[in-house]
Design a protein around this ligand. Structure first.
Ligand code: NAG
Ligand code: NAG
Ligand code: NAG
Ligand code: NAG
Ligand code: NAG
Length: 794
């Protein structure tokens, strides 16, 4: 047991080292999370590059790593299991036109591939197609020989020589056959009295009604064909619906009688001017047996069971055509073209509708165009099961600019190669346990196909290893057997080494699941030990740095065990301690409490009795916000209001203590002052006083601890002045003002007068007594100016 513990410990240590190393590969390569996987299946399913080691000697490292890492860790090569997809081309014959020696053409390449598929991985392969020249053609002419088609028969006979030429033009390897049909010879398809000569109404004699008659097996002799047509006889039926499907089915399912050649392009030309009976119409004549899709032609080529089996359904016909690779050209007259077009759309890829002129004169042209349409189109389909996805991409030999997701091409050039890129993806594992599949990729009209031999890699390939040796039991504590890199425990034992006695637990889940953290949704379980530890008998042993029952918690780095407990990565303060680091005495927290009990007004953190406010809040309790919004002002307002009103004598508060103390047993003391200090935070409270005047009062608060509140209130006196007194004062003031103005005026006048008088006196002393200031002396003196010397000489 001791040894076991040591090995578990060792395991933990190496895993841890590995975890650290692996993070670097996570970034570079896609080897993400290989090492977490602890089952072979989970390992190989995680990533293509994850590999699983089943080496018994390999102990201390994770078993799921990349191949190279496993080798480095000494896992022996033969014990490494890895994802391995393979592609092996088994048959890849060159494309070739039809050759008489080998009697075949090769139009598809490659022909056979062996694949190994890994889940969620895609394999890509290339398929080349080339329509071969001179490919053999088997053409069976199936003709409606009711009365209205009699001229068509004549046309066909007339065309004789040209027909041979036209077919020769298509391919040197043609064969042609002939058959005719009318309808089931029974009421209501015919009238019973006209059974022997259905053409009596037209005044003619013709063949009794028959369902299908095979006249001529496929032959390369056109003369025989013409003769056969000539010899065939017109018949008739009643309604405009014929038994074409009965006939077509016989042509398809009687390859020996008709003479179909495996390697030829097989085409039935069904010429008619009427509609067709479908499955269920037989009931009209009391025929209710489903068509058995078997050949019922007698030696004369007559369909013998037409009155036993119902008409085949379109779907049955389509399936048989596909299985036997036979294509159909519906050569029909204009009046029914639309109906056949709809039928043909349902029989996609193997049918074509062409318009037949009333007397079949365009039959050669029609065969040629149809044949070329068949030849020049290719459409690959496959029979892959739902869990294998096959996608096709092609540019149709350059017809499209880029590769497009499509499985068909039309209008190909003869002899030119077309490439299809095919992606094969394994989406899931087969549910039936069959890991080997064969898939065919083919064109419905071609006799060739590409065969895929698929081997699907099992979820855990090493499951097939045989075990039962003593060593393998020893590795699992004798309580199980070591298989595929893991212990498979006997009943009653569990754990990685089968060392856990399950009888000691009564858990309903597996012992490993005990190491998984349950989530809210009980069905959902976490990773084993949250991927941070090792599970041993239902108990997690966490890697260093992690704790918790499921290693879901980080270890606390800075919890002082004296003052805090670690709780899932978080320090939780012990009683009496607080703060982020639990280093504050709990009681100092009270200093951060507002009277309502909020810590820092819930706008900051209390750090050992001091509020650290979040932006933009300020104040001792972070109570001040934008635009001086102040939570505490609001809080104290009712109390202060009560005190002021009481002071003013406006109103007597019932019980001031009651209102101020509120519910929190707060202590309130207040003082009234005339002038509040400038430097304290102020609250303004606006009240309407006795004189109906709004009056602002100011107060401040101080809160030294969690229960004491000191309010300082400055009550303002906003009493208005008496109007009478005011009026008197104003009158008196005006009077005095007038008086002063008057006195100043008088003084000024007097001063001016005095000045004038003094001037007069002075002037009087300067002048002669009688001389009036207005008097002027009448005598004037004039001096004649003297001439100068120079002037005289002139
Ligand atoms: C692998 O085996 C070799 C030779 O025995 C040894 O030197 C080496 O240390 C082993 N490596 C590890 C990772 O155990
Ligand atoms: C066959 O081909 C030759 C030459 O290409 C042409 O002249 C002739 O008309 C064709 N015959 C028929 C019946 O299409
Ligand atoms: C096939 O796989 C290739 C490469 O993964 C991809 O580029 C291409 O688009 C795939 N083609 C189809 C048809 O899904
Ligand atoms: C079984 O379950 C019960 C109730 O959940 C628990 O008390 C008891 O210890 C379990 N017994 C064992 C052996 O774990
Ligand atoms: C005022 O209320 C307090 C507390 O409710 C109470 O103790 C006190 O007696 C009351 N005083 C008056 C005058 O009602």
């Amino acid at each position: 047991m001791f040894c076991l513990k040591i090995s578990v410990f060792f395991l933990l240590l190496t895993r841890l080292i590995f975890q650290i190393e692996s993070t670097s590969t996570d970034i570079n390569g896609g080897e993400k999370q290989c090492y977490i996987q602890d089952t072979c299946e989970g390992c190989l399913g995680t990533n293509y590059n994850c590999a699983w080691c089943t080496d018994k000697m390999y102990e201390i490292f994770p078993r799921c790593l990349t191949r190279n890492e496993l080798i480095q860790n000494n896992c022996s090569l033969e014990n490494i299991w890895e994802n391995k997809q393979e592609i092996d081309v088994i048959s890849d014959e060159e494309l070739q036109d039809f050759q008489n020696e080998t009697n075949r053409a090769i139009q598809m390449k490659p022909q056979k591939i062996r694949l190994k598929l890994v889940k969620s991985q895609t394999q890509q392969l290339k398929l080349t197609y080339r329509p071969a020249l001179n490919n053999p053609l088997d053409l069976y002419y199936l003709m409606d020989l009711t009365w209205t088609m009699r001229d068509d028969k004549k046309t066909l006979v007339k065309l004789g020589a040209k027909l041979s030429q036209a077919l020769q033009n298509l391919t040197g390897n043609y064969r042609i056959g002939f058959g005719s049909f009318a309808d089931k010879p029974i009421m209501p398809m015919i009238m019973p009295h006209a059974k022997e000569n259905p053409c009596a109404a037209e005044g003619h004699t013709c063949e009794p009604t028959y369902s299908f008659r095979h006249h001529l097996p496929l032959t390369d002799d056109v003369d025989k064909f013409v003769k056969s047509v000539k010899k065939s006889r017109v018949t008739g039926n009643l309604d405009n619906l014929e038994g074409g499907l009965d006939a077509l089915m016989q042509v398809i399912v009687c390859p020996d009688k008709i003479g179909w050649k495996e390697e030829a392009r097989k085409i039935v030309v069904l010429a008619t001017d009427g509609f067709m009976h479908f499955a269920g119409d037989g009931i009209l004549a009391g025929i209710n047996l489903q068509n058995d899709r078997k050949c019922h032609l007698d030696e004369l080529g007559e369909y013998t069971e037409s009155l036993v089996f119902d008409y085949p359904s379109l779907e049955e016909t389509y399936r048989e055509l596909g299985r036997r690779k036979i294509s159909v050209i519906f050569a029909v007259t204009e009046n029914v073209v639309q109906t056949y077009q709809q039928m043909s759309n349902l029989m996609d890829g193997i049918s074509n509708v062409e318009k037949l002129s009333l007397d079949s004169s365009n039959i050669l042209e029609l065969i040629r165009t149809s044949y070329e349409t068949f030849l020049k189109r290719v459409k690959f389909i496959d029979n892959s099961p739902t869990f294998i996805e096959i996608m096709y991409e092609t540019n149709c030999g350059g017809q499209l600019e880029n590769l497009k997701k499509r499985n068909y091409c039309t209008d190909l050039k003869m002899g030119k190669e077309v490439e299809f890129y095919i992606n094969i993806t394994l989406k899931d594992f087969p549910s039936d346990g069959n890991y080997k599949r064969t898939i065919r990729i083919e064109d419905p009209g071609l006799s060739e196909h590409l065969q895929l031999e698929i081997e699907i890699q099992k979820p855990c390939p090493c499951d097939e290893e045989e075990v039962d040796s003593e060593l393998e039991r020893q590795l699992c504590t004798e309580n199980g057997v070591f298989h595929c890199g893991k212990c498979k425990c006997n009943e009653g034992w569990g754990g990685a080494l089968c060392n856990c006695d399950l009888s000691t637990t009564n858990s309903t889940v597996s012992i490993e699941d005990e190491c998984r953290q349950p989530f809210k949704n009980p069905v959902q379980l976490g990773r084993i030990c949250s991927e941070r530890g090792e599970c041993d008998c239902g108990k997690c042993y966490c890697f260093p740095g992690y704790t918790g029952n499921y290693c879901e918690c980080l270890e606390c780095l800075n919890c002082d065990p004296e003052i805090a407990d670690c709780f899932c990565g978080k320090c939780v303060c012990k009683y009496g301690w607080s703060g982020n680091r639990c280093n504050c005495k709990a009681e100092v927290d009270d200093k951060c409490k507002t009277p309502t009990g909020e810590i820092c007004s819930e706008r900051g953190e209390c750090q050992c009795g001091k509020c650290l406010c979040k932006d933009p809040f300020v104040g001792t309790f972070c109570e001040i916000g934008w635009e001086n919004e102040n939570k505490l002002c609001q809080y104290y307002e009712p109390c202060v209001k009560c005190i002021i009103l009481q002071k003013l004598g406006t109103y007597v508060c019932e019980n001031v203590t009651d209102i101020c103390s509120n519910s929190d047993k707060q202590q309130f003391q207040y003082s009234l002052v005339t002038e509040l200090n400038d430097d304290v935070a102020r609250c303004v409270i606006r009240l309407i006083n006795n004189d109906d005047v709004k009056c602002d009062h100011i107060f401040s608060y101080y809160r030294p601890d969690s229960s004491n509140n000191y309010l300082t209130i400055q009550v303002n006196d906003c009493t208005p002045v008496n109007p009478l007194v005011m009026g008197g004062f104003i009158s008196l003031f005006t009077f005095l003002l007038g008086l002063i103005v008057l006195i100043i005026y008088i003084c000024c006048m007097r001063a001016a007068d005095a000045r004038e008088y003094a001037k007069f006196l002075e002037e009087r002393t300067h002048s002669t007594l009688l001389e009036s200031p207005l008097y002027e002396n009448p005598i004037r003196e004039y001096l004649v100016p003297q001439l100068e010397e120079d002037d005289m000489t002139i």
